[in-house]
Write a protein that binds this ligand. Structure first.
Ligand SMILES: [Zn+2]
Ligand SMILES: [Zn+2]
Length: 163
C-alpha cells in the first residue's frame, strides 16, 4: 500500500509539483484500482472538499502523462484509472457490471502476442482485454435462469454504456 510519502516522492521524481489535489487523486486511485472518473472525483471531493470535477479530470490527465497512473479504457466502458503502471498487465472485465480485475501478462513484457502478419509495422504493444462474467453476475445469472419460465429469456442487460 503506497503511503502519502511514497506519492510525494513519485510526484517529485516525475518533476511534478506536489499539490493537495494531486496527492488526493493519486491516493484515491491507489485505493480504488480501475475506478472511473466520477468515482475518483467523489472520493477526492469527500477528502478535500470543494474540488471541481474539471480539476480532477485535469489532474488525472497530467498524472497519466507523467506515467504515474494508467488509463484503462475497455470498449464500451467509461475510462478508468489505476496506479499499477510500468508493467504489461492485462484486464479481465465483466460484461454485465463492468467489474475489472488485473491479470498478469503471461509473457511478462509487451508485446506479449505476435500477430500472424506484421504488415511492415514495428510492434510495441498488444492491448488485451478478457471479457466474461464476474462471480457476482454468474450468481445472479444462475438465479435468473431458475426463476425465468422456459422459452422466455430476460432481455440481456445493455452491454455498452454511453461515455
Ligand atoms: Zn459482473
Ligand atoms: Zn489494472
Amino acid at each position: 500500500m503506497a503511503t502519502t510519502q511514497d506519492d510525494v516522492r513519485l510526484l517529485r521524481s516525475a518533476g511534478r509539483r506536489v499539490t493537495a489535489v494531486r496527492l488526493a487523486v493519486l491516493g484515491q486511485v491507489g485505493a480504488r484500482p480501475h475506478a472511473d472518473v466520477e468515482t475518483i472525483f467523489r472520493a477526492v471531493d469527500d477528502q478535500l472538499g470543494g474540488v471541481s470535477r474539471q480539476a480532477v479530470y485535469d489532474t488525472l490527465r497530467s498524472l497519466a502523462e507523467a506515467k504515474l497512473v494508467r488509463r484503462v479504457e475497455p470498449a464500451g466502458s467509461p475510462v478508468r484509472y489505476e496506479t499499477r503502471v510500468g508493467d504489461n498487465h492485462h484486464h479481465i472485465v465483466c460484461r454485465v457490471c463492468g467489474a475489472t480485475a488485473d491479470v498478469d501478462c503471461a509473457v511478462g513484457s509487451a508485446p506479449c502476442l505476435e500477430p500472424s502478419e506484421l504488415h511492415g509495422f514495428v510492434l510495441d504493444e498488444a492491448e488485451v482485454t478478457f471479457w466474461g462474467l464476474c462471480p457476482d453476475c454468474q450468481t445472479s445469472a444462475a438465479a435468473d435462469a431458475v426463476t425465468t419460465p422456459k422459452g422466455q429469456q430476460p432481455s440481456p442487460p445493455p452491454r455498452n454504456r454511453e461515455r
